[in-house]
Design a protein around this ligand. Structure first.
Ligand SMILES: NC(=O)c1ccc[n+]([C@@H]2O[C@H](COP(=O)([O-])OP(=O)(O)OC[C@H]3O[C@@H](n4cnc5c(N)ncnc54)[C@H](OP(=O)(O)O)[C@@H]3O)[C@@H](O)[C@H]2O)c1
Length: 260
C-alpha cells in the first residue's frame, strides 16, 4: 500500500495516479499521510494546534521576488507549485489575501486544479478602497471583506463586510484570527502577497510557512518579505525547514511559533 501511494505521490503533478493519493489524503487515510510527508506534516500540525492554525505561503524567484515591478506574477513557479496552491485551498477553511493581490491578479481563490472544497475567501482592505468589480466579490464561495472599524464604505458585491480594530500596521492580526476562528474558520491559509504574509510573520501570527523557490531570476520586482531590518545576522529570524521538490521548484516547509 505504502509503495503504491509513494509512487502516486511522486507522479502527482502530471500522473492521474496522483489523484488517488490526494483523494486518500482528503478522506483522512493515515497511510496516505505517511506517503505524502509534505501534506502529512501539515495536517498533523493543524490537528495538534489547540485553536486556529495559520499557514503563510509565498512563491518567489531565486532573487526573492513574488512579481515583476509591474505586478505580473503568472507564472513564477511551475505547474506542480500551482497545483500545491490549489491543494492548500482544499485543505483550509479560509484563504486570506491582501488588497494588492486582488488589484493585481483579480483572482477567484477557488479550488479548481484538484479535488476538494473551496475555502471561504477573505480579503484584507483596511481602508475599504477596493472597487466592487473584482471576481472574488461576484458570487461563488462566501467572501469576507475585512476593513478597519472606522473605515467608511459598504460591502462590495456579494461579499460580507467585517470591521476589525486597527493594529500597528493595518488591521490587528490577532483580532483578525480570533474573528475568523469565532466563525468556525479554524484552518487559515494566507496566500499572499508579500506585504500581507510579512505582516503576519512580523506579528508572529503564523504557525507555519511554505516558501517555494523557482529557478528564475527577475532582477527587480515586488519583494517576498518586507520585515524590520537587523544590525547583525545573528539578530535575524533563523528558521528550521524541511525541503521538498515540487517539479522544477523547491518548497521549504517551515514550522513557526505563533504568539498566542
Ligand atoms: N508569488 C506569490 O506567491 C504571490 C501571491 C500573491 C500575490 N502575488 C503578487 O503580489 C503582488 C501583491 O502583493 P503585495 O505585497 O504588493 O500586496 P498584498 O500583500 O497582496 O496586499 C497588501 C495590501 O493589503 C492590505 N493589507 C494586507 N495586510 C494587511 C493587514 N494586516 N492590515 C491591513 N491591511 C493589510 C493593505 O492594503 P491597503 O494598502 O489598501 O490598506 C496592503 O497595502 C501582486 O503583484 C500579485 O500578483 C504573488
Amino acid at each position: 500500500m505504502h509503495v503504491i501511494l509513494r509512487a502516486a505521490m511522486q507522479g502527482m503533478a502530471s500522473d492521474p495516479a496522483g489523484e488517488a493519493l490526494w483523494a486518500a489524503l482528503l478522506a483522512g487515510d493515515p497511510a496516505a499521510r505517511r506517503a505524502a510527508p509534505l501534506y502529512g506534516a501539515l495536517l498533523d500540525a493543524a490537528e495538534a494546534a489547540p485553536g486556529a492554525f495559520v499557514l503563510g505561503r509565498i512563491s518567489q524567484s531565486l532573487d526573492g521576488r513574488i512579481a515583476t515591478a509591474s505586478g505580473h506574477s503568472f507564472w513564477i513557479s511551475g505547474e506542480a507549485d500551482v497545483l500545491h496552491t490549489h491543494r492548500l485551498r482544499a485543505l483550509f477553511d479560509a484563504v486570506v489575501v491582501g488588497a494588492g493581490t486582488i488589484r493585481a491578479d483579480n483572482p477567484l481563490l477557488t479550488t479548481r486544479n484538484c479535488r476538494g472544497a473551496s475555502p471561504v475567501r477573505v480579503v484584507i482592505d483596511t481602508e475599504r478602497r477596493l472597487a466592487a468589480h473584482y471576481r472574488v466579490f461576484a458570487g461563488g464561495p462566501a467572501t469576507l471583506l475585512l476593513c478597519a472599524a472606522d473605515a467608511t464604505g459598504d460591502a462590495p458585491g456579494q461579499a460580507e463586510l467585517l470591521r476589525l480594530p486597527r493594529g500597528a500596521a493595518g488591521l490587528d492580526i490577532a483580532a483578525m484570527i480570533a474573528a475568523l476562528h469565532g466563525r468556525g474558520l479554524r484552518r487559515i491559509y494566507v496566500e499572499g502577497g508579500g506585504i500581507t504574509v510579512s505582516r503576519f510573520l512580523a506579528d508572529r501570527c503564523l504557525d507555519r510557512l511554505h516558501v517555494t523557490i523557482a529557478p528564475l531570476l527577475l532582477g527587480s520586482g515586488i519583494p517576498a518579505f518586507s520585515l524590520p531590518g537587523v544590525a547583525c545576522p545573528q539578530d535575524g529570524l533563523r528558521l528550521d525547514w524541511t525541503v521538498h521538490r515540487l517539479g522544477e521548484d523547491i518548497l521549504f516547509d517551515i514550522p513557526l511559533e505563533r504568539r498566542k
